[in-house]
Design a protein around this ligand. Structure first.
Ligand code: PLP
Length: 497
């Protein structure tokens, strides 16, 4: 499998280079240049999650030795790191409604599925490409990627990891997870502003040639653990197949029957992995893109007009508070039959005017597969309450956006196809909103999120995930707060340059 950039300026490159570099030199994203052979669902291994993962990695990561991939899979998806033998358990809530729990990893968010294995890919990529510099992983986070990347890359030889999170945009639990991070190669700073500001700051650092040269002289090379890195997306293709295999195994669908996937969406990485799964042969009816009040993607899928210049709202689903969804660029590239010139032009328009408009043919292709609506905060809390009352099942705010949007879909489209909601975080990461949904505004007013962990556990008889239960005892190690303009300076300071 060869890779190239969505913007067409770079030559073909290898999987190892694509993962090592993170972002293509022309500012585009790396995408597969060739189509992988179809991956038949009737030949899915009956064995472990890791076996499906190994098969999919082999298709996309040519140049990586099978034995290395096998070891990486065993270590990333072990029961010790995932706390659950099947890694991504599928739960049937009722009738045709299923939830795919993607948050059993070490930081209680779905990002762990990719970020537990990305460091293994990165180390292999460093070796395969003969890289002699240290890799500095620079990450902007809306809350969950940061912690997950820190946990994945901590003390990984040959790497440093620096995480920037928006000071005004993460939950208390998310913030504590990051500020208490241990490890000898980690740094964390809060950036004054929202996620889009933070992501923009990181993108600016990436596009500065001066900075790259200075870092290279000192023996460093930048890379990314954000979903702009292809190495983040490949691991996410796996659980779509694992879910389908489980549905067939339980007799919920027959081999070949199509299913709907409902994906709470922010940067468009998770749902894009579903698109690639379908390209590989997964029988998908609809990919349902569930947005919160920052509904740029909903408007885009329904009208073909991407319009990013609007206020960014802080919502109860902060990991989806995003107006510029990076991975959409990859989908546009696929939908326009790999015409990089067109993609580059749309991205240029987006940068200059804050918007672009698809032509009708591409829009039709988009709408053939994708459906979208959004849920506001009130609907999000209602969905948490309803899911708990109706199914005695606790969901977090992001998963709740998925549930609320699926309800809208079912009502409007009268489609009773089997549907799987991707559950992207443990409800314990967002205890403030979840307890509010279950017990009202008043009952726990003024109680900190750490206290709420225990209250939520007591009231619902569910267990606090081990990583979150330990938060209380951990000392704060990272207190730095910076302006967006200071990010490059901070990076140099951390690297002692
Ligand atoms: C990152 C995240 C999302 C959004 O996923 P994308 O791949 O950015 O679309 C949704 N929910 C949670 C809990 C997340 O951490």
């Amino acid at each position: 499998m060869r890779y190239y950039s969505t913007r067409g300026l770079s030559e073909f490159t290898t999987a190892a280079e694509a993962i090592k570099q993170g972002l293509a030199p022309d500012g585009g994203l790396f995408v597969p240049a060739d189509r992988p052979a179809p991956f038949k669902t009737d030949r899915l291994p009956a064995g472990s999650y890791g076996e499906i993962a190994a098969k999919i990695f082999k298709l996309y990561l040519s140049g990586f030795e099978e034995s290395i991939l096998g070891k990486a899979v065993d270590s990333a998806y072990s029961e010790t790191s995932f706390g659950h033998p099947v890694v991504t358990p599928l739960r049937r809530l009722a009738g045709n409604l299923h939830v795919l729990e993607l948050w059993h990893g070490p930081t209680s968010a779905f990002k762990d599925i990719a970020l537990q294995i990305l460091p293994h890919f990165m180390r292999a990529a460093i070796r395969i490409t003969g890289e002699n510099k240290d890799i500095v992983i620079l990450t902007a986070t809306s809350g969950d990627t940061g912690k997950s990347a820190l946990e994945g890359f901590r003390d990984v030889p040959g790497t440093r990891i620096i995480v920037y999170y928006p000071r005004d945009g993460v939950s208390e639990v998310q913030q504590l997870q990051m500020t208490t991070q241990e490890g000898n190669n980690v740094a964390v700073a809060a950036v004054k502003g929202n996620f889009d500001d933070t992501q923009k700051g990181v993108k600016e650092i990436f596009s500065s040639r001066d900075l790259a040269a200075r870092l290279a002289d000192a023996g460093y090379r930048l890379s990314s653990a954000n979903s702009i890195n292809w190495g983040r997306l490949v691991p996410q293709i796996v659980y779509y197949f694992a879910a389908y295999r489980d549905l067939v195994g339980r007799g919920e669908v027959r081999q070949g029957d199509k299913v709907n996937f409902v994906v709470p969406t922010g940067n468009f990485g998770n749902i894009l992995a579903g698109y690639y799964a379908r390209e590989l042969g997964l029988p998908v009816n609809r990919m349902i893109c569930a947005a919160n009040r920052n509904n740029v993607l909903t408007d885009f899928i329904n009208t073909g007009r991407y319009q990013s210049r609007r206020p960014l709202h802080r919502t109860f689903s902060p990991s989806m508070d995003i107006l510029v969804s990076s991975n959409l660029e990859r989908l546009l590239f696929e939908l326009s039959d790999h015409e990089a010139g067109r993609v580059a032009a749309w991205m240029e328009q987006l940068r200059e005017t804050g918007e672009y408009i698809l032509d009708p043919e591409i829009l039709r292709r988009l709408q053939d597969l994708f459906w979208s609506d959004f849920a506001d905060d009130r609907e999000t809390l209602q969905a948490i309450g309803a899911t708990y009352r109706e199914h005695n099942y606790l969901i977090d705010t992001h998963t709740a956006v998925g549930r609320a949007v699926l309800d809208k879909y079912t009502e409007r489209e009268k489609d009773d196809t089997v549907s799987v909601i991707l559950s992207t975080a443990s409800p314990y990461k967002f205890t403030g909103s979840v307890t509010r949904a279950l017990f009202g505004d008043k009952r726990f007013e003024g109680v900190t999120e750490l206290e709420l962990l225990k209250l939520l556990s007591r009231e619902t008889g569910t267990a606090i995930p081990p990583d979150l239960a330990k938060l209380e005892q951990k000392p704060i190690r990272h207190r730095r707060e910076i302006d967006r303009e200071e990010m490059a300076g901070h990076l140099l300071e951390i690297l002692k340059l």
